[in-house]
Design a protein around this ligand. Structure first.
Ligand SMILES: CC(C)(COP(=O)(O)OP(=O)(O)OC[C@H]1O[C@@H](n2cnc3c(N)ncnc32)[C@H](O)[C@@H]1OP(=O)(O)O)[C@@H](O)C(=O)NCCC(=O)NCCS
Length: 219
């Protein structure tokens, strides 16, 4: 990695820049929206992913956020984690009702494929103590080692919390090759209802799993 990169925990003020990074990284979802709604819906994706995560790490370069990884680690009692998620989901619902995430009618249409996707993921996911929820690097900073550095930090936290494996859902339109290069192996393959709905054509989803002890970045 040639650039000067630092890392810190995500803050609410990082929402706009992280929404821009996620918008470039996941164009299928954004593609269903136009104009101002594109940015708003990505803010919803960041807030939603944050609600499901208790690990939120940012990479910074040139004075701005250029990459992020959100994940879930089993590091606190289930009840505490459920209460935190619930509190964030209530906030998200309030913002949705206020129209902060864009066109409500279009967003409601995502609920059905979204719920189907959750069911499919639950069926195809391995049991693991650590999960990656959102992972992206800004386009102009890709290929410079930032993604690997973010993943190394997550893997190291997962090890600290005695996780024996990490799982991550992805799909054929995303950079799934990253996981293969890093040492993850494909656990399952399925029809992805959410991505297929967004793309308007069938999209294959994958779940990758890393058994800790075999991470190439950590050995
Ligand atoms: C996945 C992602 C976060 C990786 O971030 P990154 O900063 O570009 O990754 P790195 O620079 O650390 O590269 C990691 C490895 O991938 C390799 N790589 C980079 N671009 C590649 C490409 N287009 N094809 C194949 N390998 C590539 C690098 O050579 C490197 O391998 P090495 O460490 O053995 O040299 C980034 O590509 C991204 O944001 N993609 C869009 C969002 C996404 O798909 N997220 C993950 C799936 S949900």
């Amino acid at each position: 990695m040639n650039r000067d990169i630092s890392f810190r925990h995500y803050r609410q003020a990082d929402l706009p820049v992280c929404a821009t990074i996620a918008g470039e990284a996941f164009p299928l979802v954004v593609g269903r929206f136009v104009g101002e709604d594109m940015g708003k819906v990505m803010k919803g994706q960041i807030d939603g992913s944050r609600a499901m995560s208790n690990y939120q790490d940012l990479a910074l370069a040139d004075g701005k956020a250029v990459g992020l990884i959100f994940g879930r680690l089993k590091r606190e009692p289930v009840l505490i984690s459920m209460c935190r998620t619930l509190k964030r989901l209530i906030l998200i619902m309030g913002r949705f009702l206020l129209g902060k995430y864009g066109n409500r009618r279009k967003l409601i249409r995502l609920v059905k494929p979204g719920l189907q996707a959750l069911r499919v993921l639950r069926r195809n996911r391995p049991a693991s103590e650590a999960e990656i929820v959102l992972f992206a690097v800004a386009q102009e900073y890709r290929g410079t080692g930032i993604g690997r550095a973010l993943m190394d930090r997550f893997v190291s936290q997962a090890r600290c919390h005695k996780a024996t494996s990490i799982s991550v859902p992805t799909d054929e339109t995303a950079s799934f090759w990253f996981y293969e290069k890093y040492g993850f192996t494909r656990w399952s393959e399925f029809h992805d209802p959410m991505e297929s709905y967004c793309a308007g054509r069938p999209i294959k989803g994958f779940i990758y799993r890393l058994v800790l002890g075999s991470a190439s970045g950590q050995e």
